[in-house]
Design a protein around this ligand. Structure first.
Ligand code: TYM
Length: 343
């Protein structure tokens, strides 16, 4: 069985430019992007604007959202000298490889994707074809770089499995055993699935109508503290062990957020706060969240004051990304038997 082994280690991940990043995106993804960059992995991070347009985006707002997400990446600590940072639509290999994968993946595979079902809702017939084929584009994002490791939140697990299935089938169909690596999802840490602050059984999400349900990376200190104060919990004090958080989704969520922000484990957090009421834990969590999250907004504003600077970073990143992806795409075309006679 082929695996990521045998391929040089390379990290790829992406985030959609569809409005403010929230604490779930940060703890589940971007904070970990920074850690991998700082641990000297080869890292490629993408603003996936082609994924964003699978649902309607106002064009001017989309342009702004691409710059804002790039500013958020930079404000969180991604460094264009150490990571390749770019937006997807500037590197055509993504869309081109996605077409090959549309022809490799089976309709039955895509029919199983739970995120499509959630996003399309009842109006399946009215959803865009792009929304349906979305996981093929995601597989192309990763495999265009032969990336071996993909840090994501829990909700992307099924898409990563599909990317592995596509890589496996391409390698088999075209008799190229190790052509694409099978990318490993890295779903790690205490906050791989951050839940709504209003309902611990629902995922924290950009689309929740209640702003109190999420902490946005643009929230100021007072707003962050208020949202944590109002977060849903239960009347019981903190348990002594992680097992004691079972069936207590609101409590479990806040402990997970604390652990991720403090770079520790849930077990360590409950050991520290065992027996204390949430009225004591919440202020500690609020202080920690303000300390870690509030400075990001200021740095984002500084970056956004220089849109030309952001565009230059994206252009440079796109050039470097293209240099990796183009030869891999060319080889994939050749494997498929497509004739490319132009240089
Ligand atoms: P997106 O833009 O919805 O989310 C970006 C990242 O944030 C994670 N995330 C969360 N993690 C923990 N708790 C939450 N409540 C939470 N909400 C979101 C997501 O898991 C993700 O890692 N399809 C992807 C984007 C994508 C991609 C890729 C990712 C496109 N191509 C290639 C990896 C590799 C998406 O829509 O993420």
């Amino acid at each position: 069985m082929m695996s990521a082994e045998g391929h040089a280690k390379r990290v790829f991940s992406g985030v959609q430019p569809t409005g403010n990043l929230h604490l779930g995106n940060y703890l589940g993804a971007v904070k970990r992007f920074v850690e991998m960059q700082d641990a000297d992995w080869e890292t490629v991070y993408c603003v996936v604007d082609l994924h964003a347009i699978t649902v309607w985006q106002e064009p001017a707002a989309l342009t702004q959202a691409i710059r804002e997400l790039t500013a958020a990446f930079l404000a969180c600590g991604l460094d264009p000298r150490r990571s390749i940072i770019f937006n997807q639509s500037q590197v055509s290999a993504h869309a081109e490889l996605a077409w090959l994968f549309n022809c490799v993946a089976r309709i039955g595979w895509l029919n199983r994707m739970t995120q499509f079902k959630e996003k399309a809702g009842k109006d399946r017939e009215g959803a865009s074809v792009g929304l349906y084929a979305y996981p093929c584009l995601m597989a192309a994002d990763i495999l265009a770089y032969r990336a071996t490791h993909v840090p994501v939140g829990e909700d992307q697990k099924q898409h990563l499995e599909l990317a592995r299935d596509i890589a496996t089938k391409f390698n088999q169909d075209f008799d190229a055993p190790d052509f694409f690596p099978l990318p490993e999802p890295l779903i790690e840490g205490a906050a791989t699935r951050v839940m709504s602050l209003r309902d611990g059984t629902k995922k924290m999400s950009k689309s929740d109508p209640s702003d109190l349900s999420r902490i946005n990376l643009t929230d100021d200190a007072d707003t962050i503290a208020k949202k944590i104060r109002k977060a849903q919990t239960d009347p019981e004090p903190l348990p002594e062990t992680v097992q004691g958080l079972a069936d207590r989704p609101g409590a479990d969520n806040l402990v997970g957020i604390y652990a991720a922000l403090a770079d520790t484990t849930k077990a360590a957090v409950v050991a520290q706060y065992a027996g204390q009421p949430f009225s004591a834990f919440k202020p500690a969590l609020a202080d920690l969240a303000v300390e870690k999250v509030a400075p990001i907004a200021g740095r984002m504003r500084e970056w956004l004051a220089d849109p030309a600077g952001i565009d230059a970073i994206l252009a440079d990143g796109a050039e470097r990304a293209d240099a990796i992806a183009r030869p891999i795409l060319r080889e994939a075309y050749a494997r498929v038997g497509l004739l490319r006679s132009r240089a």
